[in-house]
Design a protein around this ligand. Structure first.
Ligand code: LLP
Length: 432
């Protein structure tokens, strides 16, 4: 669900016309709907009411300070993967004591910073990491709260680049080895074994893989709780969203669409998992990113040229793979809609950016309404893994970001001035 819809022929974000924002702030432009973000968070939070829990928003999916602040205001915790993300959460007014620090490569500096800030848990991914956390904690005369990430070896049925819970990838500790790891870690005096963590992948659109993974770890976590006094189990993130259709002719029509009927709702997710989790008597942590932010953002772009070749109709737009890399990197589908709807025939089109790579496209051979130079298009469902994965490849500025609430809009990140891209660079002294 989301609050992007047509009012008449104009695409609106909540009560604000997207075209007005594009004219005022320029393009490429990310636009976020605060109401969508907040409703997703509340929906999931309420669905889990039957068990003590903390929803930790995965900051990697969208780390804009306004997004983080809005969620912090609802009591969200945060799943972070770097010292930088922790600094952002704190800058946004989030509570470090509600942060779970994940990732396979935490540096000593990051561990020290997170320990001083008092994070809720370090989710460790290997024994050398546990030893390092113990060492840093000893130096600071502290006890570090830790969980170990178990790799449940469950197939998540999602894109290979975002599958994480099988033995084919670098994440976590193998299921068979995990109890030995806890036994050895329990001898490290500056560690406090606080929980167990898992995460099987991202954009998972059915509940079965989650259920399989939870069922598989239940006996394990019960034993670990008895032996080491664990307080929590994190079941990770990964709830998928609907990318297609992202936009029907209004929320009511959207809910009648086939994709909407199949969607993994928080209610379906909770109905299967809460009865399994509740008897554990542990606090349950979740780490959703995309579910909360994905449908809450769009990328608005302007058609610069319409170019016809012998076989193709290209719409060359001012956004590119540096602004939204998902289609190039994961063959991801993002629905593309006109910001101002017009009647007329559909034309099979390739929407491409200006970057000098043939992978720089947003769609190929897709029927789209006929567009002209100067028209604005919206790439839907771009709120997760959109701006956060942007780069300045081709010396292109990072896009601007706008947050909308009701009929108010605020520029929450101005477009990067082009000189800022090289402002930290210098000529080597021998070149002067
Ligand atoms: N927890 C852990 C340990 C993770 O590795 C991730 C995502 C999450 C939580 C949040 O997953 P989510 O709820 O957002 O699915 N850039 C890719 C997705 C990468 C996901 C990485 N890990 C994409 O654009 O599809």
């Amino acid at each position: 669900m989301h609050y992007f819809h047509y009012t008449g022929n104009r695409l609106c974000c909540e009560g604000v016309a997207v075209e007005t924002l594009a004219r005022k702030f320029g393009t490429p432009l990310y636009v976020y709907s605060q109401r969508t973000l907040e409703e997703h968070f509340k929906d999931l939070d309420q669905a889990l009411a039957g068990v003590e829990h903390l929803v930790c928003f995965a900051v990697k999916s969208n780390s804009n300070l306004s997004v983080l602040r809005a969620l912090a205001g609802l009591g969200s915790g945060f799943d972070i993967v770097s010292g930088g993300e922790l600094q952002r959460v704190i800058a946004a007014g989030g509570d470090p004591r509600q942060c779970a620090f994940a990732g396979v490569g935490k540096t000593e500096g990051e561990i020290e910073y997170a320990l001083r800030q008092g994070v809720y848990t370090f989710n460790a991914e290997s024994e050398p990491e546990l030893e390092r956390i113990n060492r840093v904690a000893a130096r600071l005369k502290k006890q570090a709260p830790v969980a170990v990430r178990v790799n449940p070896d469950v197939e998540a049925h999602t894109h290979k680049k975002i599958t994480t819970g099988t033995y084919e990838n670098k994440f976590g500790v193998a299921f068979e080895e995990i109890e030995g790891v806890y036994a050895r870690a329990s001898k490290l005096r500056h560690l406090r074994l606080r929980g167990l963590q898992m995460h099987i992948g991202s954009q998972i659109t059915e509940v079965a893989p989650f259920e399989e993974a939870v069922r598989k770890v239940l006996p394990l976590v019960t034993r670990l709780k008895e032996r080491h006094g664990l307080e929590f189990l994190s079941i990770g993130g990964g709830l998928g969203i609907v990318y297609k259709p992202a936009l029907a002719s209004g929320p009511a029509a959207w809910w009648r669409s086939a994709a909407a009927r199949d969607i993994l709702t928080p209610q379906k997710y909770a109905a299967r998992l809460v009865p399994l989790l509740k008897p554990l008597g542990l606090r349950i942590l979740l780490e959703p990113g995309r579910f909360i932010s994905g449908n809450a953002g769009i990328l608005v772009t302007r058609v610069e040229y319409v170019k016809r070749t012998g076989r193709k109709n290209f719409l060359i737009v001012d956004a590119a793979m540096n602004d939204l890399i998902r289609p190039a990197f994961y063959e991801a589908y993002h629905e593309i809609v006109p910001v101002r709807r017009k009647a007329g025939a559909m034309v099979s089109s390739d929407v491409v950016g200006p970057i000098c790579e043939s992978g720089d496209f947003f769609c190929q051979d897709r029927p789209l309404p006929k567009a002209r130079e100067g028209d604005y298009l919206a790439l839907m469902s771009a709120g997760a893994y959109g701006f956060v994965m942007a780069s300045s490849y081709n010396t292109r500025s990072l896009a601007a970001e706008v947050m909308v609430k009701g009929n108010r809009a605020a520029l929450v990140r101005p477009r990067q001035p082009v000189e800022d891209i090289w402002s930290g660079e210098a000529a080597a002294p021998w070149l002067k």
